[in-house]
Design a protein around this ligand. Structure first.
Ligand SMILES: C[S@@+](CC[C@H](N)C(=O)[O-])C[C@H]1O[C@@H](n2cnc3c(N)ncnc32)[C@H](O)[C@@H]1O
Length: 279
């Protein structure tokens, strides 16, 4: 799909602002029996989050962020935000929706942390070029409606030598292989410039709904899937780029496996791509 065939960015932004205002993670919080945003309840949520995604400690080097100017894009429940600020970073959060911004500012205020979140889009970020040492964007940029543009902004915002950790959804995960095997296999080996002939990179509502839904069961307004090769091409402005897959859902053959065991398969056919880039 060309940019002209896509919805105008303004429409996408307002749909995203409305959809994500209800914090992503709210359904999980309900399942965990969390009914308020007391410090104790948030700790329960955060412990679950880092327990379920243990590899986050490998991919986000919190300790290295001490005294660094860090931007996090896409805040959700604010678990990663709090951890970055607690590491002694100069923390800055950016999210298109008001709910996550409020949650993160509440966490910062309550913990007496050096940080602040603002509402806005990474596609038009309210920050100067070359002003951050680190950018962290977990599960966000593929929802913006313009993943390529969002990655370009991350590059622009980083100082030379600055680093980013970007997590986006894998177009060649076991889930995509199961749902559309031929397209996925073609895509795995296709050159990035031929992808448009093979597949629609923005998922239909069924495939988007397999990843993110709200309380009413509606899928996220926008979700773009990429293969490792496509993501590498999108990151070509950076001096270094390394990508690894992680994460397994709770469907099909993985249902009966322990999470620890299932995560080993994540390295080969995982749902998410963790992309570390250096400017
Ligand atoms: C799936 S949540 C991920 C939240 C958190 N990083 C996590 O892992 O739980 C996606 C987040 O990206 C935000 N988002 C979507 N489009 C955005 C944009 N254009 N600019 C900034 N944030 C955006 C949403 O509001 C939402 O908080």
């Amino acid at each position: 799909m060309t940019q002209d065939e896509r919805q105008p960015q303004k429409n996408i932004d307002s749909k995203n602002a409305a959809f994500w205002d209800n914090l992503c993670g709210s359904q999980l919080a309900q399942q965990l029996g969390i009914e308020d945003d007391s410090a104790q309840s948030l700790k329960k949520f955060d412990d679950w989050y880092f327990g379920y995604y243990p590899y986050l400690y490998t991919h986000i080097p919190f300790a290295k962020m001490k005294d660094k100017r860090v931007l996090e894009v896409g805040l959700g429940y604010g678990t990663v935000s709090q951890k970055i600020a607690e590491s002694g970073a100069d923390y800055n959060g950016l999210d298109i929706a008001a709910g996550p911004v409020g949650m993160v500012n509440q966490r910062m205020g309550r913990g007496g942390l050096n940080g602040k979140a603002v509402q806005g889009s990474i596609l038009e970020p309210p920050f100067d070029a070359a002003s951050f040492d680190w950018v962290v964007a977990i599960g966000c940029l593929h929802h913006t409606g313009d993943l390529t543009g969002a990655i370009k902004q991350v590059h622009r915002l980083l100082k030379t030598g600055g680093e980013a950790m970007i997590m986006v959804y894998n177009a060649c995960s076991y889930r995509q292989l199961q749902n559309s095997p031929i397209t996925t296999l073609k895509r795995l080996y296709a050159k990035p410039e031929t992808i448009a002939d093979i597949a629609d990179t923005s998922g239909d509502s069924k495939s988007r709904g397999a990843y993110d839904t709200n309380d009413e069961g509606d899928a996220a307004p926008q979700t773009e899937f990429v293969s490792t090769m496509e993501l590498q091409a999108m990151c070509s402005d950076f001096s270094q780029c390394s990508i690894v897959a992680e994460n397994i859902g709770e469907e099909s053959l993985f249902k009966k496996m322990s999470r620890q065991r299932a995560l080993k398969f994540g390295k080969a056919v995982g749902l998410d791509l963790y992309c570390h880039v250096v400017k």
